[in-house]
Design a protein around this ligand. Sequence first.
Ligand code: HEM
Length: 313
Amino acid sequence: MLKISTSLPMDILHRIFPRVQPHIDSWFKIYGENFLFLYGSQAELVVTEPELLKKIMSVKEISVKRPGGGPIYKKLVGDGLIMSHGDKWAKQRKVAIHAFTGERMIFKDKDDVESDKLEASMHYLIMQMIRRRETTILLGNEDDSTPDYLGLLLKAHHNNTDDDYKLSIQDMGMIINETLRLYPSAVFTSRKVLKETRVGKLVLPRNLNVQIPISALHQDPEIWGEDVHLFKPERFSQGIAKAVNNNPGAYIPFGYGPRTCVGANFAITEAKITLSMILQCYRFALSPNYVHEPVQHVALCPKSGVQIMLQDL
Ligand code: HEM
């Protein structure tokens, strides 16, 4: 099914769930929002109802372990935080959170102090160089015959007065949120039930896998409305909580619960910085050569890349 659904390009309507998880989509139509299937001898419960997901993820015996995925998966993602569990996971997670919040309380040794000094003096020298060059450009004393990268950057920075193309950090956040709604890098995530647990009417036995198809939740018209397949960043204009009507299970590009992505803030900040750097110098549009073929190769990605056309501002 997957081979057929991803063999051809699709229209640009962003309806990727039937394309990247055609089997789940077809069972979803027959059996409803939550259903059980067998993957070989492994039972797997698929949950696409945000309310049930919220209840399930509030139970520690379900929310803390990810299924093994076999040796091939370990080779692909390594034997680190993503695959670890129990005490090893708790320790690694603590270290990772610590690293990503940047509030490290570790004392600096002699080498760290020395490298900080070097970094500060290099920064000072580079800034002096840039300022000298900026003054030359602003005074109109620059010879345009041999433009280099720094010269181009500074000129673009000072020439950019076109208000139509100014994007605020908030706009950028909305665009990133909407992009991750329609194209979540992780199409699904999953958990392993550690101990028989009752959740509402359901009794989940030990060793059951729980699969959470992220793209199904993100493309549910009951949550997002009839325009669910349209790219509309403005749905996030009043924040994520408002966009999902205070339903935290409805929008989960970085997962849900204690094993949520540790790199989420880093990834969003990195995307905003990269976009800001590009947009200061260029406007860009999709190339007519682009073919829309989202596929899942571990993460969701464009099969033949994304060709864009950059234009100097
Ligand atoms: C747009 C970028 C990214 C997306 C959409 C994303 C998404 C996800 C998702 C869906 C999960 C599974 C969460 C769950 O099962 O509840 C995850 C886990 C994880 N992500 Fe990310 N991620 C991104 C970037 C990053 C980056 C930049 C890093 C590190 C530098 C990172 C490190 C991790 C780790 C270590 C885990 C496993 C956490 C655990 O099991 O405790 N991710 N990510």
